[in-house]
Design a protein around this ligand. Sequence first.
Ligand SMILES: [Zn+2]
Length: 375
Amino acid sequence: MVSTFTRSALRVHGKTFWAGLLRASGLLYLARNWVRRRGAIVLTFHRVLTDSEVQQTASLPGMIVRSSTFSGFLKYAAQTSEFVDLSCDPEWQPSGKLKLAITFDDGWSDNATGAYPSARQYHAPIAIFIVPEKTGTTLPFWPERTAATMDRAAKDGSGRDTLYIERAIEALKELPASERELRIGRMASAPGVQSMGAAQAVASVDRTMSWQQIQELHSGGVTFGSHTSTHEILTTISAAQAEKEIVSSRDLIQEKLKVPCSLFSYPNGDCSPQVRGLVAAAGYKFAFLNQDPGVWTRDCDPFLIPRVNVCEYHLVDAKGNFSPLIFKYAVVWNAAKGLLAQMWKANRQKRKNKHQTGTPGLWKQSGKNQLEKPS
Ligand SMILES: [Zn+2]
């Protein structure tokens, strides 16, 4: 099972070696304490799947955490950390424990069937960013449709070429939405590719939550935010379309759940100063990125809050079991490095402002630096 998620045994052992070295040097401990004093780590999950669902899904490994790993993580986090409830205003006083906020993007049905029961068991508040016009549908998003199409095209029995599919999806992300749809359509209708109907029957695991599931979770204390109306990457569409995605998704969630929708997450984490402005103007309170890892501190722009993306690879050891050491290395250590970059950028901006005005000015976060793509 572990081979589904780990790209090579050498990489896993290398990661474990570095993590062990950082722990032995005391740096992991120092990084954790530094992050603990400065703010909270907001984690981004997507899917929590059973082992049999992992075999059926078209989602890529970077989206998936196994159910047993998620439970192991929550058990550990409940003992060693403090969960942050995103439905409340953040508390900035340092805590004796590391603060963790748990979020999910996309609104997959496994959030209701897999993640929610575990979160309840460990009293972990969760926030789910949904795509209201894609609720209750199979293969709702183009990356899964692309992966499913490529799986159907590869019939030589050699198994899934994850790296190849990942690269194809990354290349498609760069295209304008209309061009991307055209290419995916062409790929799906190519000779030799089985019908999408057959794929959908197999991939019923790849469904989003229905409104009924969303309402049940809402009644159970889950916070819902918007992830746009249709999950378009907001930097690849016109400002008018982006505004519609941002505003009408909020309206629909509020209409269905009868509570204010104050949280937003950018699809694919892609943002621009213009998109940020549209989200702020729409009346959201907080908006979350998902590219460069970082820490949510008091100094963060409320519409450019960094998160740390988490998948199975960030949580398990070489045997596939949840590992606190790997979590500290792949999540906390990376968040600390991101925080260092945030502070460096803030200081640079402060110096720039001072230089321009001749007086020490307040740092105004433009969000520009957050737009850099991860390596
Ligand atoms: Zn998404």
